[in-house]
Design a protein around this ligand. Structure first.
Ligand code: ZN
Length: 616
């Protein structure tokens, strides 16, 4: 309802009423009441994408029905102008638009509704009134018509306007941009609260599990505190981790005051088991990543994201900053906060280096282009993706590592990436100014006093591999590349570098969903691609012996060096015989080792790097 007694100058809030109306059909009913301006027609649209996920998703496709009424309740004919825009004629001062939204995507980016819960992101549900983007909004969240359970609560960081804490009722937002930046979980969830610098933080865990939420909260408190200490400020009144646990799944999306996360229930810490499992380490890394975004991308933002209307792509060459640097710090804060030890961190680092080395596309695509083309490449990977593109997450994290260690080395340990992040926060985050495309490089040079033109040209606009060994040696760490010993070998930490004989391989990755040997990717320069094998080919036999996903590596490695053997494959439904000469496996696996003879200065440098950040 319009606010009673609103002055003529204050805009009347736009009122949204949301009801999870039909859980069985996965339909939300939304009613939007809005004042018309001078009785002219209204234009309404839904975003094509959600901030933080750089893919055109066309959320409007899920509006299954829409109807409009005037202030005398007369029906008005809505007219579609394009795939996501409606025009409503006006015959009075007020319009009511009712619409139904299909919600059956269980991800951090969309909306999902059934008898167990209701979840939505604003871009899926809230039509935007063009020209009234800065008008305040009221959101009335109603329980389902037939309430599946009386113990459903609401977890969101939308400010309350009359609703009881965690209750149904009315919430508010200052403008449309704020309205769509608070995901909402409705249902049953565990709620655990912990303070960070006096600010209430909460985890709401949805989904069946027997995990130890209190331990997760204790570890998150350490990670969040360490990050807040880096920036020296926590620019919010509350923060919410909205975690949904499933049998399988992994993902997260950042917001200003919250994050939506999907993880495996087995990744939660289990009561009575104090170790940090690989799964729990991955979950902590995901939480750490999304929390770091509350500064880096939600408040320190690329200029092209400021004021974007979300109707079409917003291109930036800076995603290596916003995702790469965030990916570097997510794991770094696990060790800095003491949640994992130094060896565990180095294992993650080695795996990250291996991941980049196994991407031949790094030789073709530079980080600036990877960022710019994220919309059509990184977010739309196909079978050739490893050969054509590089991840601005994985390589971006390595560039952040190289930049951090370079700054430390060349300034005599005076300056690090921490100082750069603080400067980004003060210059752009606190002021709300967008970061121009050349803003980060300029600021790094200003903060450090170094000329880093060559560094950035090579790391961001070039495709040569980063020269990490001398930088790691400066913190007492040795790096060696070797060939993989098995399909699951990702590299790691070793006590010393032992000699290894390279295996022979085809240079393919198999489809892990199948027991048969079906090629998912054939890598550029690999034996299979050179011989003419392709993604999708089903390998039946190697040298007349039946091949499966389980025995392919063994069969290939047994072939004498330099020998060519017949490989039987089905391509579609046609049998082919292709002669293949397996090749020694490439040196694409990274081992890291603490150097026993590193000078004391290097040990000090490592402690300064991996220890708690200097801050207030
Ligand atoms: Zn991210």
């Amino acid at each position: 309802m319009p606010t009673p007694g609103a002055s003529s100058t204050a805009p009347v809030p736009i009122h949204y009423r949301i009801r999870p109306e039909d859980p069985a059909a996965h339909l939300f009913k939304v009613e939007l009441r809005v004042e018309t301006v001078a009785r002219t027609a209204l234009t309404l649209d839904l975003p094509a994408w959600i901030p933080g996920s750089y893919l055109i998703r066309d959320f409007a496709k899920h509006i299954v029905r829409l109807e409009a009424r005037g202030d005398r309740d007369q029906a008005l004919a809505a007219r579609k102008l394009d795939k996501q825009t409606w025009e409503i004629p006006s015959e009075g001062d007020r319009l009511t638009i009712g619409y139904w939204v299909y919600a059956w995507e269980l991800s951090a980016r969309a909306a999902h509704l059934d008898a167990t819960h209701a979840y939505f992101n604003g871009p899926s549900l809230f039509l935007r009134v063009k020209g009234q983007e800065n008008t305040p909004c009221r959101v009335e969240i109603l329980p389902p018509t037939e309430m599946p359970a009386s113990d459903w609560r609401i977890a969101t960081t939308l400010p309350r306007e009359g609703a009881e804490p965690f209750g149904f009722g009315t919430y508010r937002a200052e403008c449309y941009e704020q309205l769509i930046d608070h995901p909402v979980q409705i249902g049953r969830f565990d709620l655990i609260e912990f303070p960070v610098r006096g600010v209430p933080h909460r985890i709401a865990i949805s989904g069946r599990h027997r995990g130890d939420g209190e331990r997760l909260a204790r570890d998150l408190a350490r990670i969040c505190t360490a990050q807040a200490n880096l920036f020296g400020a926590l620019p919010l009144d509350q923060y919410l981790f909205l975690l949904t646990v499933l049998g399988e799944g992994y993902g997260g999306l950042e917001h200003r005051d919250s994050t939506s996360l999907i993880a495996r229930r087995d990744d939660l810490p289990q009561p009575g088991k104090p170790e940090v499992t690989e799964g729990y380490r991955r979950l902590l890394g995901l939480c750490s990543h999304e929390y770091f975004h509350l500064w880096n991308v939600k408040r320190i933002r690329p200029a092209v994201f400021v004021g974007t209307d979300l109707t079409h792509e917003a291109h930036t060459r800076l995603l290596w900053v916003f995702e790469g640097i965030t990916s570097y710090y997510d794991d770094l804060f696990l060790v800095r906060s003491g949640c994992i030890d130094e060896r565990s961190y180095l294992e993650l680092l080695a795996q990250g280096i291996t991941r980049v080395l196994r991407t031949p596309g790094r030789n073709l695509q530079c980080l600036a282009d990877a960022s710019f083309d994220a919309w059509i490449k990184f977010y739309k990977p196909d079978e050739n993706a490893p050969n054509a593109i590089v991840s601005y997450y994985a390589k971006g994290a390595l560039v952040a590592l190289a930049l951090d260690l370079t700054l430390r080395q060349r300034t005599g340990q005076r300056c690090s990436l921490d100082e750069v992040m603080r400067a980004l926060w003060v210059t752009y985050g606190q002021t709300g100014r967008g970061v121009p495309e050349d803003g980060v490089e300029t600021l790094v040079e200003a903060v450090s006093g170094l000329d880093l033109d060559e560094f950035f040209s090579q790391a961001i606009r070039g495709t040569a591999d980063l020269d990490l060994p001398p930088l790691l040696a400066d913190v007492g760490i040795g790096l060696r590349l070797r060939s993989a010993t098995s399909a699951t070998d990702q590299g790691g930490v070793v006590d010393r570098f032992a000699p290894l004989n390279p295996r022979k391989t085809l240079g393919v990755r198999l489809d892990e969903a199948q027991a048969e040997a079906v090629i998912a990717n054939a890598f550029s320069g690999g034996a299979a691609m050179r011989a003419g094998l392709s993604a999708g080919d089903h390998i039946l036999a190697i040298d007349h012996i039946r091949a499966t996903r389980a025995n392919l590596d063994t069969l290939v490695d047994a072939i004498p060096a330099g020998a060519s053997v017949p490989v039987h494959v089905f391509r579609r439904d046609e049998l082919m015989v292709i002669a293949v000469t397996p090749a020694p496996a490439p040196l694409d696996t990274c081992d890291l080792c603490l150097l026993p003879d590193a000078p004391p200065a290097a040990q000090d440098h490592r402690r300064a790097w991996l220890g708690p950040p200097a801050g207030d």
